[in-house]
Design a binder for this molecule. Structure first.
Ligand code: GTP
Ligand code: MG
Length: 314
């Protein structure tokens, strides 16, 4: 990723302008390339002509604006890898596993298995490609202090893996508030320069945001921050061809803003950014039902999974 160009590389963008742009969320070439001149004018106190020039340069550097023929797009799609969940039914529901370069969101009430699934994914990410893994390292951003190495040991052992080796590939950080959580995604970029990171977990994506931004007056701000955070996560996913799995709680009582309790918090922005959304609900005993809600290319459907000491299974 060292040849990656940044905002500072744009002609006409000095340090002060770069700073203003970043402040306003235009912190990579892609976000500038797809923006309107007026939004840059407002964000960075620059003239319209300069804004147009900057956008044009960003388009060139970020390599956007060109059309591709369907077969080339197909070829790119074929490079997408799939990470197994250890449940055949769930993998099938997702078209073969969790997709790289995309965000998969697990939402559901407490105890529905979101955290268990994220642990299983970290173990599976270590596994050989022929076993549905990616032979790679994982990053786990833990906002609720629920990462448990003991569970990794159990799940690794159940797949005949050396638990210590697996643990050594999982980079865990506690996020103490939403701001810290956002910083950790930036930190993740640094770790990805040193290790082959192909999985990013954020468990939970929304808990801090929900706790910190309470009431109608701050909802817009919450969505704006969450949007920026997701943008960075998506960017990480693209750059590293990484699988991203995030978790999201459903609110127990109707949310003042979002209403329906079975709808994930985070609202429209999260719904539009997650590439795959799975709604988890409890069933009898250790069974859980995963329902695919939104997907660009897969039919809606359900899979029954179980959660045991060994981890996630059919
Ligand atoms: P919140 O984070 O509270 O919203 O919930 P969650 O969706 O993350 O739930 P989590 O993944 O933590 O699921 C917890 C459930 O997994 C427990 O209620 C157990 O049913 C199950 N579970 C966790 N560990 C084990 C285990 O070692 N053995 C078995 N059989 N079940 C387990
Ligand atoms: Mg959890």
């Amino acid at each position: 990723m060292s040849d990656e160009k940044s905002v500072e590389d744009l002609p006409g963008v000095g340090p002060a302008t770069a700073e203003k742009l970043k402040e306003a969320g235009f912190d990579d070439l892609m976000s500038i390339a797809v923006s309107s001149p007026s939004s840059l004018v407002e964000a960075a106190d620059i003239g319209e002509a300069t804004a147009i020039k900057i956008i044009g340069a960003a388009k060139k550097l970020a390599d956007v604006g060109g059309f591709l023929t369907g077969d080339v797009v197909m070829e790119m799609r074929n490079q997408v890898s799939k990470l197994t969940s250890s449940s055949r039914a769930l993998d099938e529901l997702l078209g073969g596993g969790l997709e790289s370069g995309a965000i998969t969101e697990f939402f559901g009430e407490f105890g529905s298995g979101k955290t268990q699934i994220t642990h299983q994914l970290c173990v599976n990410n270590f596994r050989p490609i022929e076993d549905g893994g990616q032979e790679a390292h994982s990053i786990f951003i833990d906002t609720e202090n629920t990462f448990r190495p003991e569970r990794i040991v159990q799940m690794a052992t159940a797949h005949d893996l050396d638990p210590t080796e697996v643990l050594q590939t999982i980079h865990v950080a506690r996020a103490f508030n939403s701001h810290h959580q956002m910083l950790l995604v930036e930190k993740a970029r640094d770790i990805a320069k040193e290790h082959p990171i192909r999985l990013l977990i954020v468990d939970s994506l929304t808990a801090h945001f929900r706790a910190e931004y309470i009431g109608r007056g701050v909802l817009a701000e919450r969505q704006q921050k969450l949007n920026k955070h997701l943008h960075h996560i998506m960017q990480f996913s693209h750059l590293n061809k990484a699988v991203v799995a995030v978790t999201n709680q459903v609110s127990a009582k109707p949310d003042a803003f979002f209403g329906d309790p079975t709808r994930a918090i985070g609202g429209h922005i999260l719904a539009h950014t997650s590439t795959f959304r799975l709604y988890l609900r409890k069933s009898k005993g250790n069974r859980r039902i995963a329902r695919l809600i939104d997907s660009p290319n897969l039919p809606e459907g359900e899979a029954v999974i179980t959660i045991s000491e060994d981890g996630v299974r059919d």
